[in-house]
Design a protein around this ligand. Sequence first.
Ligand SMILES: Nc1nc2c(ncn2[C@@H]2O[C@H](COP(=O)(O)OP(=O)(O)OP(=O)(O)O)[C@@H](O)[C@H]2O)c(=O)[nH]1
Ligand SMILES: [Mg+2]
Length: 450
Amino acid sequence: MSEDTIAAVATAPGESAVSLIRMSGRGAIAVADRVFRGRIQPSKARNRSVLFGEITASDGSLIDEVLLTVMRGPHSVTGEDVIEISCHGGMTAPRLVLRRLLEAGARLAEPGEFTRRAFVNGKIDLVQAEAVCDIVRAANETAHKLALRQLRGGLSEKLRQIESILFDGLVWLEAEIDFPEEELGECDRQNLIQNIDTACNELESLLATEEAGRYIRSGIEVAIVGRPNVGKSSLFNRLIGKDRVIVSPLPGTTRDTVDARLNLNGFCLSLHDTAGLGASNDLIEQEAVRRAQVSLRRCDVALVVIDVSEPLTLADWDILEQAAEKCHVVVVNKIDLPLKADLGRLRRPIRVSALKGYGVEDLLEELKRVAREQAGDLDLEIVVSERHATCIRQALDAIERAKGALVGGASPELVAADLRWALEYLGEVTGENVASQLLDEIFARFCIGK
Ligand SMILES: Nc1nc2c(ncn2[C@@H]2O[C@H](COP(=O)(O)OP(=O)(O)OP(=O)(O)O)[C@@H](O)[C@H]2O)c(=O)[nH]1
Ligand SMILES: [Mg+2]
């Protein structure tokens, strides 16, 4: 158990009915004894029992009425003695209760410190610790569901299976190194190659989920593009249902790229309004156009906006041509005005009026369809993050080197060394061997009280 006892408000600040304050560490129960008045003292309470009582100041005056839960280690979230106090919500009560705990011997927890202790005490592995962070941050239901699965250990279990395959191989090789007279038979060698292939395939299928993971966590990137004044910003405001960006009859209104999140039935879109694409002599506009170009290039889906109240221009066709190289939706805007554009050559245009709100539902439906198509199957059991993928890629490289060495008839020492590297990298995913600096980085993403 850690020497010091940490405490923090676990619920978000603001007006609410109740707030939760958490404390963990060797002295947690003693601190609770000092500040709590009730029928039973926390140190005398049965494990996992809930006590009703008061938190009192050092002079005995009342701070708040609370429910206090005692959870003794090692069977607690952090593996240490844990006290949870439910007090009244709002800005003040939790702050006063926390201050009293600090006065009575606890210290303020750092972001992610509770989860870090759970990790250090072997209650969860690193993948699961990250999942805790993801659950708190989940911007949509799909992300939440996925993070929950991760917390239950889906990815960790899969990695353990792969590790055990590699480990078995390593045992064979070590035997050959230690007893060189008993050389690996052809059959064993084939077996080993087969196992290595299995491990490679499993790791590759894990890597293939990285993109889906990005879509689930941060959403599909959708850029609204078109020439100046066609109504991109009006459409952006319409889609997010807010008067967020400036709209004006002057071309060149939007310069900075503006982002907003859009939640479509538990699925996230990251929407970008961009500057109108076209030639310009103005220095600022040139930079704006450059940024719009970058958005168009980087996005997963381009929404190309066309103004139907004017004939199509070369600039329109130029943008359509660029967008044709990727997933895109053609939106013809201003259908409330007389039609001047020839729409004959446009592919599946969606007709809208951003000003009047016509056709927006159709566009949202189309966006949902395209986003789903783009993201593929998101109902995956396991999805890896960028950090996981980096380690897995390094492991794969090492395994492939091992296989090359094995096939090429290299000495067992060389093959074994590469397999050991692979295991090392896989261990980094679950946190079996990570530098404390990396841990600092990972836990710094957490909020206080987690
Ligand atoms: N009649 C009509 N006018 C529209 C519609 N959508 C946008 N407008 C008008 O068109 C003008 C330009 O709209 P914006 O949304 O600023 O166009 P933009 O494409 O963002 O323009 P830039 O940022 O300059 O590239 C404004 O006067 C809008 O009110 C529409 O559906 N119908
Ligand atoms: Mg604009």
